[in-house]
Design a protein around this ligand. Structure first.
Ligand code: AMP
Ligand code: MG
Length: 355
Protein backbone atom coordinates (compact mmCIF):
# COMPACT_ATOMS: atom_id res chain seq x y z
CA UNK A 1 0.00 0.00 0.00
CA UNK A 2 1.24 3.48 -0.84
CA UNK A 3 1.01 5.93 2.06
CA UNK A 4 -0.08 9.43 1.04
CA UNK A 5 1.75 12.29 2.82
CA UNK A 6 -0.19 15.51 3.30
CA UNK A 7 1.71 18.52 4.64
CA UNK A 8 -0.39 21.12 6.42
CA UNK A 9 0.19 24.40 8.20
CA UNK A 10 -0.10 23.60 11.91
CA UNK A 11 -1.55 26.96 12.97
CA UNK A 12 -3.75 27.50 9.94
CA UNK A 13 -4.64 24.18 8.30
CA UNK A 14 -6.82 24.23 5.18
CA UNK A 15 -9.87 21.98 4.86
CA UNK A 16 -9.08 21.61 1.17
CA UNK A 17 -5.68 20.04 1.90
CA UNK A 18 -7.29 17.51 4.26
CA UNK A 19 -9.91 16.32 1.74
CA UNK A 20 -8.15 13.09 0.64
CA UNK A 21 -7.58 12.15 4.31
CA UNK A 22 -11.23 12.85 5.13
CA UNK A 23 -12.37 10.56 2.30
CA UNK A 24 -10.03 7.79 3.43
CA UNK A 25 -11.19 7.81 7.05
CA UNK A 26 -14.85 7.89 6.00
CA UNK A 27 -14.23 4.79 3.85
CA UNK A 28 -12.72 2.85 6.76
CA UNK A 29 -9.06 3.65 5.98
CA UNK A 30 -6.27 4.57 8.41
CA UNK A 31 -4.93 8.12 8.71
CA UNK A 32 -2.19 9.28 11.10
CA UNK A 33 -2.59 12.85 12.34
CA UNK A 34 -0.89 15.22 14.80
CA UNK A 35 -2.38 16.01 18.20
CA UNK A 36 -0.97 18.19 21.00
CA UNK A 37 0.30 15.05 22.81
CA UNK A 38 1.74 12.67 20.16
CA UNK A 39 0.77 11.59 16.61
CA UNK A 40 -2.31 9.34 16.54
CA UNK A 41 -3.19 6.51 14.15
CA UNK A 42 -6.85 7.12 13.33
CA UNK A 43 -9.69 4.94 12.09
CA UNK A 44 -13.51 5.25 12.29
CA UNK A 45 -14.27 4.31 15.93
CA UNK A 46 -17.74 3.00 15.01
CA UNK A 47 -16.37 0.70 12.30
CA UNK A 48 -15.04 -2.58 13.76
CA UNK A 49 -13.05 -3.32 10.58
CA UNK A 50 -11.19 -0.01 10.90
CA UNK A 51 -10.28 -0.80 14.50
CA UNK A 52 -9.01 -4.25 13.49
CA UNK A 53 -6.80 -2.59 10.88
CA UNK A 54 -5.33 -0.29 13.54
CA UNK A 55 -4.29 -3.24 15.69
CA UNK A 56 -2.81 -5.01 12.67
CA UNK A 57 -0.82 -1.97 11.47
CA UNK A 58 0.65 -1.33 14.93
CA UNK A 59 1.13 -4.96 15.86
CA UNK A 60 -0.82 -4.08 19.01
CA UNK A 61 -2.40 -6.78 21.20
CA UNK A 62 -6.15 -6.68 20.47
CA UNK A 63 -7.06 -6.46 24.16
CA UNK A 64 -5.36 -3.06 24.55
CA UNK A 65 -8.21 -0.56 23.99
CA UNK A 66 -8.12 2.54 21.74
CA UNK A 67 -8.91 6.15 22.66
CA UNK A 68 -11.85 7.70 20.76
CA UNK A 69 -11.23 11.29 19.61
CA UNK A 70 -14.07 13.80 19.22
CA UNK A 71 -14.29 17.52 18.51
CA UNK A 72 -17.63 18.36 20.15
CA UNK A 73 -19.10 17.29 23.50
CA UNK A 74 -22.33 16.12 21.82
CA UNK A 75 -20.31 13.28 20.26
CA UNK A 76 -19.47 12.00 23.75
CA UNK A 77 -23.17 11.90 24.60
CA UNK A 78 -23.75 9.73 21.51
CA UNK A 79 -21.42 6.93 22.60
CA UNK A 80 -21.72 6.59 26.39
CA UNK A 81 -24.51 5.06 28.45
CA UNK A 82 -24.52 7.94 30.93
CA UNK A 83 -22.71 11.24 31.37
CA UNK A 84 -21.64 11.69 35.01
CA UNK A 85 -21.41 15.21 36.41
CA UNK A 86 -17.64 14.79 36.81
CA UNK A 87 -17.27 14.27 33.04
CA UNK A 88 -19.07 17.56 32.30
CA UNK A 89 -16.96 19.42 34.83
CA UNK A 90 -13.67 17.97 33.55
CA UNK A 91 -14.63 18.65 29.95
CA UNK A 92 -15.47 22.28 30.84
CA UNK A 93 -12.10 22.65 32.56
CA UNK A 94 -9.73 20.71 30.28
CA UNK A 95 -11.28 20.09 26.85
CA UNK A 96 -10.13 20.56 24.24
CA UNK A 97 -6.86 19.31 25.72
CA UNK A 98 -4.65 16.40 26.84
CA UNK A 99 -7.14 14.60 29.09
CA UNK A 100 -8.75 11.22 28.32
CA UNK A 101 -11.84 10.14 30.25
CA UNK A 102 -13.05 6.57 30.65
CA UNK A 103 -16.82 6.12 30.75
CA UNK A 104 -19.34 3.28 30.35
CA UNK A 105 -19.97 2.82 26.61
CA UNK A 106 -23.17 2.17 24.68
CA UNK A 107 -23.69 -0.08 21.64
CA UNK A 108 -22.49 2.42 19.05
CA UNK A 109 -18.88 1.74 19.93
CA UNK A 110 -17.95 -1.82 18.96
CA UNK A 111 -15.98 -4.07 21.31
CA UNK A 112 -13.22 -4.17 18.66
CA UNK A 113 -12.51 -0.53 19.51
CA UNK A 114 -12.49 -1.00 23.29
CA UNK A 115 -10.49 -4.22 23.38
CA UNK A 116 -13.57 -6.08 24.61
CA UNK A 117 -14.30 -3.69 27.51
CA UNK A 118 -17.69 -2.15 28.35
CA UNK A 119 -16.05 1.22 28.90
CA UNK A 120 -14.71 3.65 26.32
CA UNK A 121 -11.81 6.12 26.53
CA UNK A 122 -12.65 9.54 25.05
CA UNK A 123 -10.58 12.64 24.37
CA UNK A 124 -11.13 15.99 22.66
CA UNK A 125 -7.75 17.15 21.30
CA UNK A 126 -6.88 20.83 21.05
CA UNK A 127 -4.44 20.63 18.12
CA UNK A 128 -5.86 22.77 15.25
CA UNK A 129 -5.12 20.06 12.65
CA UNK A 130 -6.74 17.29 14.73
CA UNK A 131 -9.79 19.47 15.36
CA UNK A 132 -10.27 20.37 11.72
CA UNK A 133 -9.79 16.75 10.63
CA UNK A 134 -12.39 15.53 13.16
CA UNK A 135 -14.84 18.25 12.19
CA UNK A 136 -14.48 17.85 8.42
CA UNK A 137 -14.76 14.06 8.53
CA UNK A 138 -17.58 14.08 11.10
CA UNK A 139 -16.23 10.69 12.24
CA UNK A 140 -15.36 9.77 15.83
CA UNK A 141 -11.78 8.70 15.42
CA UNK A 142 -10.26 5.80 17.36
CA UNK A 143 -6.56 6.61 17.62
CA UNK A 144 -3.77 5.06 19.63
CA UNK A 145 -0.28 6.49 19.25
CA UNK A 146 0.93 6.11 15.64
CA UNK A 147 3.96 3.93 16.38
CA UNK A 148 4.69 0.24 16.05
CA UNK A 149 3.64 -1.33 19.34
CA UNK A 150 6.54 -1.25 21.83
CA UNK A 151 8.42 1.59 20.12
CA UNK A 152 8.57 5.15 21.48
CA UNK A 153 5.50 7.22 20.60
CA UNK A 154 5.89 9.49 17.54
CA UNK A 155 6.31 13.23 18.06
CA UNK A 156 7.11 13.98 14.38
CA UNK A 157 5.48 12.82 11.13
CA UNK A 158 8.87 11.29 10.21
CA UNK A 159 8.59 8.97 13.24
CA UNK A 160 5.19 7.78 11.98
CA UNK A 161 6.62 7.16 8.51
CA UNK A 162 9.54 5.17 10.01
CA UNK A 163 7.12 2.77 11.70
CA UNK A 164 4.03 2.70 9.47
CA UNK A 165 4.87 3.79 5.93
CA UNK A 166 3.32 1.30 3.49
CA UNK A 167 0.95 -0.03 6.17
CA UNK A 168 -1.54 2.86 6.40
CA UNK A 169 -3.40 5.05 3.89
CA UNK A 170 -2.22 8.50 4.86
CA UNK A 171 -0.05 10.61 7.19
CA UNK A 172 -1.01 14.22 7.87
CA UNK A 173 2.23 16.08 8.61
CA UNK A 174 1.64 19.02 10.95
CA UNK A 175 5.24 19.27 12.18
CA UNK A 176 6.39 18.68 15.75
CA UNK A 177 3.75 18.07 18.43
CA UNK A 178 3.58 20.37 21.47
CA UNK A 179 3.65 18.26 24.63
CA UNK A 180 5.36 15.09 23.47
CA UNK A 181 3.79 12.76 26.08
CA UNK A 182 0.49 10.88 25.88
CA UNK A 183 -2.65 12.26 27.54
CA UNK A 184 -3.53 11.88 31.20
CA UNK A 185 -6.09 9.07 31.50
CA UNK A 186 -8.73 9.36 34.23
CA UNK A 187 -11.22 6.57 34.86
CA UNK A 188 -14.69 7.91 35.70
CA UNK A 189 -16.44 4.55 35.50
CA UNK A 190 -15.95 3.94 39.24
CA UNK A 191 -16.87 5.94 42.37
CA UNK A 192 -13.62 7.82 42.80
CA UNK A 193 -11.96 9.24 39.65
CA UNK A 194 -8.69 7.33 39.17
CA UNK A 195 -5.61 8.32 37.17
CA UNK A 196 -4.56 5.32 35.07
CA UNK A 197 -1.80 7.13 33.20
CA UNK A 198 -0.08 10.34 34.39
CA UNK A 199 0.32 13.19 31.92
CA UNK A 200 0.40 16.94 31.46
CA UNK A 201 -2.81 17.38 33.50
CA UNK A 202 -1.86 16.32 37.02
CA UNK A 203 -3.76 15.10 40.09
CA UNK A 204 -3.96 18.53 41.74
CA UNK A 205 -5.43 20.09 38.61
CA UNK A 206 -8.10 17.38 38.44
CA UNK A 207 -8.88 17.61 42.18
CA UNK A 208 -9.57 21.33 41.93
CA UNK A 209 -12.41 20.47 39.56
CA UNK A 210 -13.86 17.17 40.86
CA UNK A 211 -12.58 16.69 44.43
CA UNK A 212 -10.54 13.66 45.56
CA UNK A 213 -8.77 11.72 42.81
CA UNK A 214 -6.91 8.41 43.24
CA UNK A 215 -3.79 7.29 41.44
CA UNK A 216 -3.69 3.72 40.17
CA UNK A 217 -1.43 1.86 42.67
CA UNK A 218 0.51 0.30 39.77
CA UNK A 219 1.87 3.71 38.85
CA UNK A 220 2.71 4.61 42.47
CA UNK A 221 4.66 1.41 43.01
CA UNK A 222 6.87 2.08 40.03
CA UNK A 223 7.74 5.55 41.30
CA UNK A 224 8.20 4.60 44.94
CA UNK A 225 10.91 1.96 44.58
CA UNK A 226 14.28 3.65 44.62
CA UNK A 227 16.36 0.48 44.84
CA UNK A 228 17.92 -1.67 42.20
CA UNK A 229 15.23 -4.02 40.99
CA UNK A 230 15.67 -7.65 40.08
CA UNK A 231 14.43 -8.52 36.59
CA UNK A 232 10.86 -9.59 37.34
CA UNK A 233 9.08 -10.33 34.05
CA UNK A 234 5.72 -8.83 35.06
CA UNK A 235 7.32 -5.59 36.21
CA UNK A 236 9.49 -5.41 33.16
CA UNK A 237 6.98 -5.22 30.41
CA UNK A 238 8.65 -2.74 28.08
CA UNK A 239 6.01 -0.51 26.61
CA UNK A 240 7.96 2.45 25.29
CA UNK A 241 11.08 0.53 24.51
CA UNK A 242 14.22 1.66 22.75
CA UNK A 243 16.14 -1.12 20.97
CA UNK A 244 19.14 -1.00 23.33
CA UNK A 245 19.12 -1.37 27.13
CA UNK A 246 18.24 1.79 29.02
CA UNK A 247 19.05 2.18 32.73
CA UNK A 248 17.99 5.01 35.04
CA UNK A 249 20.60 6.09 37.60
CA UNK A 250 19.32 7.70 40.78
CA UNK A 251 21.04 9.44 43.69
CA UNK A 252 22.74 12.73 44.52
CA UNK A 253 23.59 14.61 41.31
CA UNK A 254 27.37 14.28 41.72
CA UNK A 255 27.05 10.57 42.60
CA UNK A 256 24.84 9.97 39.55
CA UNK A 257 27.31 11.64 37.19
CA UNK A 258 30.25 9.68 38.65
CA UNK A 259 28.37 6.38 38.45
CA UNK A 260 27.21 6.96 34.87
CA UNK A 261 30.74 7.91 33.78
CA UNK A 262 32.13 4.81 35.50
CA UNK A 263 29.64 2.51 33.78
CA UNK A 264 30.10 4.21 30.40
CA UNK A 265 33.86 3.68 30.61
CA UNK A 266 33.38 0.04 31.55
CA UNK A 267 30.86 -0.62 28.73
CA UNK A 268 32.84 1.27 26.09
CA UNK A 269 35.88 -0.72 27.21
CA UNK A 270 33.96 -3.87 26.27
CA UNK A 271 33.44 -2.42 22.81
CA UNK A 272 29.78 -1.53 23.32
CA UNK A 273 28.13 1.49 21.73
CA UNK A 274 26.97 3.57 24.71
CA UNK A 275 24.76 6.65 25.05
CA UNK A 276 23.89 9.11 27.79
CA UNK A 277 20.72 11.19 28.12
CA UNK A 278 21.73 14.44 29.81
CA UNK A 279 20.19 17.74 30.78
CA UNK A 280 21.68 20.91 29.36
CA UNK A 281 23.10 21.67 32.80
CA UNK A 282 24.99 18.36 33.15
CA UNK A 283 26.01 17.64 29.58
CA UNK A 284 29.59 18.88 29.95
CA UNK A 285 30.18 16.63 32.94
CA UNK A 286 29.76 13.34 31.05
CA UNK A 287 32.44 11.46 29.12
CA UNK A 288 30.73 9.34 26.49
CA UNK A 289 30.83 8.99 22.69
CA UNK A 290 27.11 9.68 22.34
CA UNK A 291 25.48 12.26 24.59
CA UNK A 292 22.02 13.59 23.71
CA UNK A 293 20.54 16.62 25.47
CA UNK A 294 16.95 16.09 26.57
CA UNK A 295 16.12 19.58 27.85
CA UNK A 296 16.73 21.76 30.84
CA UNK A 297 16.11 20.92 34.51
CA UNK A 298 14.36 24.24 35.01
CA UNK A 299 11.68 23.38 32.44
CA UNK A 300 10.13 19.96 32.80
CA UNK A 301 8.05 20.48 29.67
CA UNK A 302 11.25 20.67 27.60
CA UNK A 303 12.15 17.21 28.90
CA UNK A 304 8.71 15.83 27.98
CA UNK A 305 8.94 17.36 24.53
CA UNK A 306 12.23 15.65 23.62
CA UNK A 307 12.05 12.28 25.40
CA UNK A 308 10.66 10.06 22.64
CA UNK A 309 12.65 11.70 19.84
CA UNK A 310 15.83 11.00 21.83
CA UNK A 311 14.96 7.35 22.37
CA UNK A 312 14.42 7.01 18.61
CA UNK A 313 17.69 8.81 17.87
CA UNK A 314 19.57 6.29 20.00
CA UNK A 315 17.88 3.49 18.04
CA UNK A 316 19.18 5.00 14.83
CA UNK A 317 22.68 5.29 16.26
CA UNK A 318 22.47 1.61 17.15
CA UNK A 319 23.27 2.34 20.80
CA UNK A 320 23.42 -0.86 22.85
CA UNK A 321 23.53 0.61 26.38
CA UNK A 322 22.01 3.90 27.52
CA UNK A 323 22.10 5.70 30.83
CA UNK A 324 19.90 8.52 32.04
CA UNK A 325 19.61 10.60 35.15
CA UNK A 326 16.17 10.49 36.77
CA UNK A 327 13.96 13.55 36.46
CA UNK A 328 11.68 15.10 39.04
CA UNK A 329 8.69 16.40 37.09
CA UNK A 330 6.00 17.18 39.68
CA UNK A 331 4.05 19.57 37.44
CA UNK A 332 3.25 16.83 34.98
CA UNK A 333 2.41 14.31 37.68
CA UNK A 334 5.75 12.48 37.38
CA UNK A 335 4.73 11.47 33.88
CA UNK A 336 8.34 11.47 32.66
CA UNK A 337 9.50 8.92 35.23
CA UNK A 338 6.48 6.76 34.48
CA UNK A 339 7.46 6.62 30.78
CA UNK A 340 11.19 6.29 31.47
CA UNK A 341 10.65 3.40 33.88
CA UNK A 342 8.69 1.58 31.20
CA UNK A 343 11.29 2.35 28.54
CA UNK A 344 13.96 1.03 30.92
CA UNK A 345 11.93 -2.06 31.82
CA UNK A 346 12.28 -0.78 35.43
CA UNK A 347 16.09 -1.00 35.35
CA UNK A 348 16.98 1.45 38.14
CA UNK A 349 20.52 1.77 39.52
CA UNK A 350 21.21 3.49 42.83
CA UNK A 351 24.46 5.45 42.53
CA UNK A 352 26.75 4.70 45.52
CA UNK A 353 27.34 7.77 47.67
CA UNK A 354 30.90 9.03 48.11
CA UNK A 355 31.86 11.94 50.37
P1 AMP B 1 -2.31 4.93 23.35
O1 AMP B 1 -3.38 5.65 22.60
O2 AMP B 1 -1.38 4.16 22.50
O3 AMP B 1 -1.63 5.85 24.29
O4 AMP B 1 -3.06 3.86 24.21
C1 AMP B 1 -4.28 4.13 24.84
C2 AMP B 1 -4.20 3.85 26.30
O5 AMP B 1 -5.48 4.02 26.87
C3 AMP B 1 -3.76 2.43 26.60
O6 AMP B 1 -2.87 2.43 27.68
C4 AMP B 1 -5.06 1.77 26.99
O7 AMP B 1 -4.85 0.67 27.84
C5 AMP B 1 -5.83 2.91 27.65
N1 AMP B 1 -7.28 2.72 27.56
C6 AMP B 1 -8.07 2.94 26.47
N2 AMP B 1 -9.35 2.62 26.72
C7 AMP B 1 -9.40 2.17 27.99
C8 AMP B 1 -10.45 1.67 28.82
N3 AMP B 1 -11.71 1.57 28.38
N4 AMP B 1 -10.11 1.29 30.07
C9 AMP B 1 -8.84 1.40 30.51
N5 AMP B 1 -7.80 1.85 29.77
C10 AMP B 1 -8.07 2.24 28.53
MG1 MG C 1 0.79 4.10 22.65
Amino acid sequence: METLMIKVDKENPSAEALKPAVEMIQKGGLVAFPTETVYGLGGDAENPEASKKIYAAKGRPSDNPLIVHIWDFSQLEEIVSEVPEAARKLADAFWPGPLTMILPKNDRIPLETTGGLNTVAIRMPSHPVARLFLKESNVKIAAPSANTSGRPSPTLAEHVAEDLSGKIDCIIDGGAVDIGLESTIVDLSEDVPTILRPGYINKEMLEKVVGPVRIDPGILDANANKNIRPKAPGMRYKHYAPKGDLAIVEGKPEDVIREINRRVEEDQGKGLKVGVIATKEDRELYHCDHILTIGTRTDEYSIAHNLYAILREFDELGTQKMYTESFETPKIGNAIMNRLLKAAGHEVIRAPHED
